[in-house]
Every structure is written in C-alpha cells, then in structure tokens.
Ligand binder design. Structure first.
Ligand code: ATP
Ligand code: MG
Ligand code: MG
Ligand code: MG
Length: 562
C-alpha cells in the first residue's frame, strides 16, 4: 500500500484524555479514532491488526472443529426474558424499541440467540457435539468505559458455544478450547496466564479466564509463589475456604466494635425469617459495615459469600427486613437512606432489582424510586479483598502473590443453565428428551489489539511482532523528489509485493525527519530506508523490535526478508 493512498493520520502530541500507553499510541500512530465514550473507529492500520488477530483466532477455532456462523446483534427481548437475563443483566444491556414499541437488546453476548437457534434444529444426540463461533460486535453499556479499546461499549468479541449430549463430551471440548486459547495467545506473543475463575452471575461449573499480565490490568490474579496455582482474586478467596476452623470463626465474631453489634443484631433479626427471598450477607471490612444482597436462587454467589473471610451469611431476608435492619427506606416507599459508612454490594441479579429496574422477575423484591450512586452505592463483588498477599495458597503450596491482569478470554462450562429455561432439548440414545449440555468461550478481539499494543512498544512507537503487524515491511525512500531514490523504492516495493510480502511504501513528499518519526510510531517489523546510497544499491535496514540497523544490497533484499 502506498501511504499517499491510505489514511494514516499520525499525531505529534499525546492526546490528553488517553490514560494508558496503548490507547495513546493507537491514537498517535493513526490506528484508531474515538467516536464517543467507549466507541471507536478502526482506521486502515488498526483494521489490519484486527484482521490479523481474527485470522489467528479463526485458524485455531477451525483446528478444533469449531465452525463459524454470524448471528444478529439486534435481539428480541422475549429470548432474554426466557432466561431471565432481561431482568438480571442490569444497565449494561443496551435496550431499544422498534417502531411498534417491541423491545430489543443489542447483543451483549449470544447464549439466548444460539440456544434458540439450535433448539429448533437439532433434535438427536447423533448430531452432537456441535461447536459454533462467530466474530462480531458486542454492546455493553459499561459504567466506566476506559483505556480505549480495552473497555469499550461497542467491541469485537469471538464467542463460541458448544452443545453436548454428555458431560464427558463437554469436558473434551473444554480441554480443546483451553489448548486453542493457549495457542492463540502464544501466537500473539502475549505474556498470559490461564487462571481459575468464578462464573459470577452466569452460573455453571469449570471456568477459566485468560489474563495478560500487565500493570494496567483491572483484574487481580492470585498465584502461588511455589506451585502452578493461579486464580482470579474472587475465586482464590472462595477457594481459601476461610475461616478454616471454628476457632477462627469465633475470633471473627468476637470483634467488639459498634458495627459488630449491628452485625449481631442483623443476624439475629434475619435468622428468624426463613422463607423469604433475598439472601443477605453482613460483615465488616476496613472499618466499614458491608451488606451483600444476593438473590435466593443464585447458587454461584451463595457459594462465594459463604466463604468470605469474617462474613456471616444470613439466609432469606425480605426487602422489609433489609429496610428495617438498615433503618432505611427500600421498595416503593421512597429514597434509600443508608447509615453513613454502609456499602451495599450486590450481584447483577440483585443490582437490577436494587436499581429499580421495573419488572424485576420476582414479586416482593422490587426496590423502586431509589437513585443508585446518590442514595447509596451498589458495587460488584470483585472489589472486595478477602485474600491478602502472603496468605497460604488454597492448594496448600506456598503463599499467595498478586499480579495485575487484562482479561482477554474466558471459557465456561455452562451445563444446562440456558438450555433448561429455554427448553432446548434433544433426544438421547434412549429416546428421552434432555436439555443440551453447553459450554461458552469468549475472546475480546478488539481488547487483544490494545493488550498487544500495550506490550509491544518503546519510547518512539510500536514494535509490532510479525504475527499482528499491519504490514511486515516499511519501504521509506527518504527523498521522493530524487529520481534515483524514488525509483529504487518503487522497485523494491513492487518486487516484495510480487513475492507476497505485505509492504507499506512511504511515497509522501515529507521531510526525512517526519518520515522516520512516523515510521517509528507505526512500528512495522522491518524498515528499508532508501537514501543517498541507493545509487550504489545500498539500503539501510532497521529491525524495529531491536532498533538494530544493518546495510543490505538491493539484490539481497528478497533473500534477507524471508
Ligand atoms: P470484564 O471483566 O473485563 O468486564 P467480562 O468478564 O465482563 O469482562 P466476558 O463476558 O467474559 O467479559 O466476555 C468475554 C471477553 O470479552 C472478555 O474476556 C474480554 O476479553 C472481552 N470484553 C468484555 N467486555 C469488554 C469490553 N467492554 N471491551 C472490550 N472487550 C471486552
Ligand atoms: Mg464485564
Ligand atoms: Mg470478567
Ligand atoms: Mg469474563
């Protein structure tokens, strides 16, 4: 590609609102532009990187017989209502109406769509297993879109879904995916780690996140200093199974602060109310009284809260109970007014209820007319630190250390979480209707572009690895007004292209300094500078990752770049 015919708007200054290196450089080197908060356009160079990442993902998906499809982003609300996620997903789900007032969501993920697709098509165990994937834009109204492509509101995801007749078959595909993911991230040159994860609001059993180790990661990984153990911090806290003994448990209860008194009162109060519908957890951390609300049927979170250090799980509180114990108004009565120092944590299911989303799917659990963030704060579990560095590793080997990670992939065994409520069944070998056993497997394709960008750069710009570089070779005639230089540059460009190389030719009439600065910014792996010595056939070559420079004769270019 000739630079004069492409669109590579480089910037000299670092954009003020870009906080992290990858975002700054993707803007400066002309790879992306922001449209509005969390929404980006990919310019030609950015699009090429994206394409390379997609290509690697496609190859590894096809290698394990995962087959590509393309599903709609615009999804009718009815499907989301079948699984209840219409109510539980909360504000992150982008909702809209058509001209007839029919409700839709913009796909945040595609479990409902694919389950509904297959339930009408696959009736026999003989057609299973089946794994389908797509690469498509996803929409999530993130509370804090930030760091450019790392957390967008519209972003590209590879999402795969597998369907099985037996748990063993799911295990096999899960293992294949695990391997495929490792291949993908290795080929991308990323410094990553697979960690045991908690499935949060989605439900299900085995569950791993793939984390790129990076200081700007928003996730915390807890790993053992002397074993392969690695989990996300939430899961590590669960696996700690703390407090381990009655003695430790009693010590936690013995803390005598005014807040503790409140906790005891709360516990006593709620224990007398067995048959209601919200589970409440009250505990003290960092001198704050923390209340966790979790919907009664939310198994995964129940497991999680039961194991929190120093926590007391109180089953089945009603909104009235919560209101009374917090001496605040919840429900249709009026604004919530929590006592100072109280933070409320809730899973997504409860969040939508607390946030007053109308039509929450259980009677008696609506918290209406309240303004979150004004009347009180609702946060996700993840912020709670229940495990510290230096704690014993849950696997019994060594002690826990923390590292920051960027979640680039996530694989889950869903089981029948979706197929059961959606009545998606097949006939097994006994002729009996059974819900499909499912798995789902996501990769943040656009997030990966940022993760790679974050890892591969130096003070003057990108240092793309070959696997994802927008072009492999940059041919830079220093002065295109000089016939010898221009023609030599053209010749090399045409020759390399004819041999299948991806080449960018800087045919602009710019000063040498501008060209070199831009070439460093863009960061293609090999730069061939055609300067004054072109007349003798001598070219100056820079290997961008090492900044090493060598001289090549123009006749040896082909053999050297191979
Ligand atoms: P996060 O914890 O970062 O919010 P998630 O757990 O909500 O991510 P998943 O539902 O597991 O995300 O989606 C699969 C993958 O999609 C993630 O592993 C991540 O790589 C990517 N992803 C999720 N949200 C975003 C986003 N807002 N912008 C870019 N990529 C994202
Ligand atoms: Mg998220
Ligand atoms: Mg996550
Ligand atoms: Mg995830």
């Amino acid at each position: 590609m000739r630079q004069t015919l492409s669109f590579i708007p480089t910037l000299r200054e670092t954009p003020a609102d870009a906080e992290v290196k990858s975002h700054q450089l993707l803007l400066r080197a002309g790879f992306i532009r922001q449209n509005t908060s969390g929404i980006y356009s990919f310019l030609p160079l950015g699009k090429r990187v994206l394409h390379k990442v997609e290509k690697i993902i496609r190859e590894e998906m096809e290698a394990i017989n995962s087959v590509e499809v393309f599903m709609p982003a615009l999804q009718q609300a009815e499907l989301w209502q079948e699984t209840g996620r219409w109510y539980s997903y909360g504000d992150e789900l982008m909702r809209l109406k058509d001209r007839n007032d029919r409700e839709f969501a913009l796909g945040a993920t595609h479990e409902e769509i694919i389950t509904s697709l297959l339930r009408d098509e696959i009736k026999s165990y003989k057609k299973l297993p089946l794994t389908l994937y797509q690469i498509q834009s996803k929409f999530r109204d993130e509370k804090r879109p930030r760091f450019g492509l790392l957390r967008g509101r519209e972003f590209l995801m590879k999402d795969a879904y597998s369907f099985h007749a037996t748990p063993e078959s799911l295990d096999k595909t899960y293992d294949d995916m695990m391997q495929a993911y490792s291949n993908i991230f290795s080929r991308l040159g990323l410094n990553f780690r697979a960690v045991i994860a908690d499935s949060g609001a989605i439900g299900g059993k085995d569950n791993h996140e793939f984390m790129v180790l990076s200081d700007i990661g928003e996730d915390t990984i807890a790993y053992s200093d002397s074993s392969p153990y690695a989990a996300n911090i939430e899961m590590a806290a669960v696996q700690m199974d703390y407090p381990k003994s009655d003695e430790q448990a009693r010590q936690v209860e013995k803390v005598s602060t005014p807040d503790q008194k409140t906790i005891a009162q709360v516990a006593e109060f709620l224990e007398t109310k067995p048959e209601n519908c919200i589970k409440t957890l009250v505990f003290k951390a960092d001198d704050e009284l923390i209340v966790v609300l979790s919907r009664g049927d939310h198994e995964v979170n129940d497991v999680k809260v039961k194991h929190i250090s120093g926590a007391k799980l109180i089953d089945m509180a009603t909104p009235e109970d919560v209101r009374e114990l917090l001496s605040c108004d919840i429900g249709s009565i009026g604004p919530v007014n929590l006592p100072a120092g109280v933070r409320v944590f809730a899973d997504n299911a409860v969040k939508s209820i607390v946030n007053g989303v109308t039509g929450a799917n259980e009677d008696g659990v609506h918290f209406k007319n309240v303004t979150p963030d004004e009347d009180f704060t609702v946060e996700a579990y993840g912020d709670l630190r229940f495990i510290k560095e230096g704690d014993p590793s849950p696997d019994g080997n060594g002690t826990i250390q923390f590292a920051k990670g960027i979640e680039v992939g996530h694989i889950f065994k869903l089981g029948t979480t979706y197929s059961e409520p959606m009545k998606a069944t097949f006939l097994n070998d006994q002729g009996k209707a059974m819900p499909y056993i499912m798995g789902c497997y996501g990769i943040g394709v656009s997030r990966i572009v940022a993760a790679v960008a974050e890892q591969f750069q130096d003070d003057s710009g990108f240092t793309w690895p070959n696997a994802v570089a927008p072009y492999g070779i940059h041919v830079v005639p220093v002065n295109v007004k000089d016939d010898v230089q221009r023609e030599a540059g053209e010749e090399i460009y045409v020759q390399l292209k004819a041999h299948g190389f991806e080449v960018l030719l800087d045919d602009r009439k710019e000063r040498a300094g501008v060209k070199f600065t831009d070439a460093d910014l863009i960061g293609l792996p090999i730069r061939i500078t055609v300067g004054k010595r072109a007349a003798e056939g001598i070219l100056e070559v820079k290997i961008r990752q090492t900044n090493e420079t060598v001289e090549w004769h123009k006749d040896e270019v082909l053999e050297k770049v191979r």
